[in-house]
Write a protein that binds this ligand. Structure first.
Ligand code: TYM
Length: 332
């Protein structure tokens, strides 16, 4: 398959099951099917929250380690830090001239930030979708494996690509689309029974790929449930639906069927169900956590992978910048 694939994750310190099942599991499969995959650590993006410099650099390293621990192979895909590709910053400048204040202000993720961090509504937050579009378009990607929460950003990327083509009367940028192996993008639920798993909702609402076994058990046992169904075949409320969705990610089909049956005939014991989910998550995460430990020890390997990946990404990005400069008339 010849389509180009691009995606990234912000370096927040450690990946959770939402990042894994929403995005990274697809990266791992895609690297075997698509010869041109670019997977990066979105460190420019994380500057919107003004991270401490020491934390930022160690989080970029940790994210790369977790990519490798999940199975990304630098011989099959290009792995790099976004900030190692300065051409992204140049294209971002160009695309900022094509993005309108009105459309950026309407983006739900921007509106959420305005509500949640009123003291830090910086211009980078407003133009976050522009930078994300550039990450994708700089390599001419057509497939972008992301979770459900990023789909609107991909739609905006298509708009910016088409706007560029229209303004400069070219057919240069292709339309990218979100991608997930099951067909539909997924949203992994939070352990608190509400909405998606997200680090911003608190440590105890997420299961991380680096969590120790006991931590996983403790967090899962605290997951929100209710007092149980009172009538057969009752519809599930959000918290119960979420618990079943978490089970769907890690448990065997017969286990899931068993707990569905006990829910439907009102004999379910959520304590047993959570114990089962916890054990299945422990088993699922154990090999990844072990890989994380091994990669952490090999500093030279990480450096080499980032250098090689950065170089490959810059070759692709430089070509785009040369062509864009030509198209828009920055040629003398
Ligand atoms: P970020 O760092 O918030 O999340 C990384 C990836 O994980 C997915 N994800 C989830 N999927 C399902 N359920 C969840 N609970 C969940 N939580 C997170 C996200 O959808 C994402 O795919 N802006 C992006 C990073 C980025 C990017 C890009 C992605 C920057 N440039 C270009 C793709 C292409 C972000 O903040 O993702």
């Amino acid at each position: 398959m010849n389509e180009i694939v691009v995606s990234g994750v912000r370096p927040t310190g450690k990946l959770h099951l939402g990042n894994y099942f929403g995005a990274v599991v697809n990266f791992v499969k895609m690297q075997n099917e698509y010869p041109n995959c670019y997977f990066f650590v979105a460190d420019y993006h994380s500057l919107t929250t003004h991270p401490n410099p020491i934390d930022l650099s160690s989080n970029v390293r940790l994210t790369l380690i977790e990519y490798l621990a999940c199975g990304l192979d630098p011989n099959k895909c290009t792995l790099y830090a976004q900030s190692d590709v300065p051409q992204i910053a140049e294209l971002y400048l160009v695309f900022n001239m094509l993005a309108y204040l009105g459309e950026l202000e309407k983006v739900p993720t921007f509106k959420d930030k305005v509500r949640s961090q009123p003291d830090n509504v910086n211009a980078g937050l407003l133009t976050y979708p522009v930078l994300m579009a550039v990450d994708i378009l700089i390599h001419h990607a057509q497939k972008v494996p992301v979770g459900k929460d990023q789909m609107q950003h991909i739609e905006m990327t298509r708009n910016f690509a088409n706007r560029f083509n229209h303004l400069y009367k070219v057919d240069y940028f292709k339309e990218p689309h979100g991608f997930h192996y099951g067909g539909e993008p997924v949203s992994v639920p939070s352990l608190d029974g509400q909405g998606k798993m997200s680090k911003s909702k608190g440590e105890n609402t997420c299961i991380y790929l680096s969590d120790e076994e006991d931590v996983i058990r403790k967090k899962v046992m605290k997951a929100t449930t209710d007092s149980g169904p009172t009538e057969p075949n009752q519809p599930k409320n959000e918290a119960i639906q979420n618990i079943f969705e978490l089970m769907n990610l890690v448990s065997k089909p017969e286990t899931i069927a068993h707990f569905n049956d006990t829910y439907n005939n009102c004999t379910i014991r959520y304590g047993d169900m959570k114990k089962q989910i916890a054990e299945d998550m422990v088993a699922f995460i154990a090999p990844i956590r072990e890989n994380i430990r091994q990669y952490e020890a090999d500093k030279d390997l990480l450096k080499r992978i980032m250098q090689d990946g950065g170089e490959k990404a810059r070759i692709s990005a430089s070509k785009t910048i040369r062509e864009v400069r030509e198209i828009i008339g920055l040629k003398f």
